[in-house]
Ligand binder design. Structure first.
Ligand SMILES: [Zn+2]
Ligand SMILES: [Zn+2]
Length: 265
């Protein structure tokens, strides 16, 4: 049983880490640079951790840049404002994603430039025989270690791990929680310690500071991916970390209640 809990948690966290660190903060926003070798390393890691629900970095970046440009308007590819429930939203998001992943639709040039691409791996990530082999491998782990058949109910989450994380962030992050920054969209910070999606649920902070690699903005907010980014920068794996993190601190202070007026001012 302990093995399966560790397997589920390990798959969940490694998969969402690759989404937030590689696909989102690096691929879509370029908040830092990676050498070609390290880019390939994290690209491969994303495939290995997401397996059958691997998200193509180019298609992810296009959809995500559109989400920022049109946040919570009718042109937003996944706004909860325009869908009855999370399932219809994700079903439509899947179609928009496939259009870009299979190159059936060309995006506006501004949404597609400079995204990580690895044609061989990206093709493997979209191959059905490979997806079925991944599914069989997850199933084999449960066949070997599940103490009862109830545990098999967790298997579908392994098969579609990437879209599950997307659904939690895209639906919850624009519907539930509090706001630090008032702006035109409906983005919210859903949790204050975001260990569920490793920082992705600070949507309100992130929409205000899209280039900040630190998704937490207030002193009590915890973005678990940011210390990892700092560590990778110390190790020289990450370079040119976006300087917007400095202004984030300044702006977060602005969002706190104003200090008492000083006499004479
Ligand atoms: Zn958002
Ligand atoms: Zn973003």
């Amino acid at each position: 049983m302990a093995i399966l809990i560790a397997f589920f948690a390990g798959h969940w966290l490694s998969s969402v880490f690759c989404q937030t660190f590689f696909l989102h903060r690096y691929g879509a926003h370029r908040q830092f640079d990676l050498s070609k070798g390290w880019e390939r390393f994290f690209h491969l890691l994303t495939y290995l951790t997401q397996g059958p629900s691997y998200l193509n970095p180019r298609a992810y970046a296009i959809l995500h840049r559109m989400h920022h440009a049109f946040s919570d308007t009718e042109r937003d590819p996944h706004s909860p404002m325009f869908h009855k429930n999370v399932f219809t939203m994700m079903w439509e998001t899947k179609h928009r994603y496939d259009d870009f992943a299979y190159r059936r639709v060309e995006p506006e040039a501004r949404f597609a430039s400079g995204t990580p691409e690895w044609p061989m791996l990206d093709k493997l990530g979209q191959s059905w025989p490979a997806r079925i082999a991944w599914g069989a491998a997850y199933t084999a782990v449960y066949v070997a270690f599940a103490p009862s058949a109830w545990w098999f109910l967790l298997l579908p989450a392994h098969y579609i791990m990437g879209p599950i994380h997307g659904a939690i962030v895209n639906w919850g992050g624009h519907k539930y929680g509090y706001r630090n920054f008032e702006m035109g969209d409906k983005s919210r910070n859903t949790l204050v310690f975001d260990f569920v999606t490793l920082g992705e649920l600070f949507q309100n902070n992130h929409h205000e500071f899209a280039m900040s690699p630190r998704f937490a903005a207030r002193w009590f907010e915890v973005d678990p991916t940011y210390p990892v980014i700092l560590m990778l920068e110390k190790l020289g794996i990450i370079t040119n970390l976006s300087p917007q993190r400095a202004s984030l601190r300044a702006r977060a202070a602005d969002a706190s209640p104003p200090p008492e007026p000083v006499a004479g001012s």
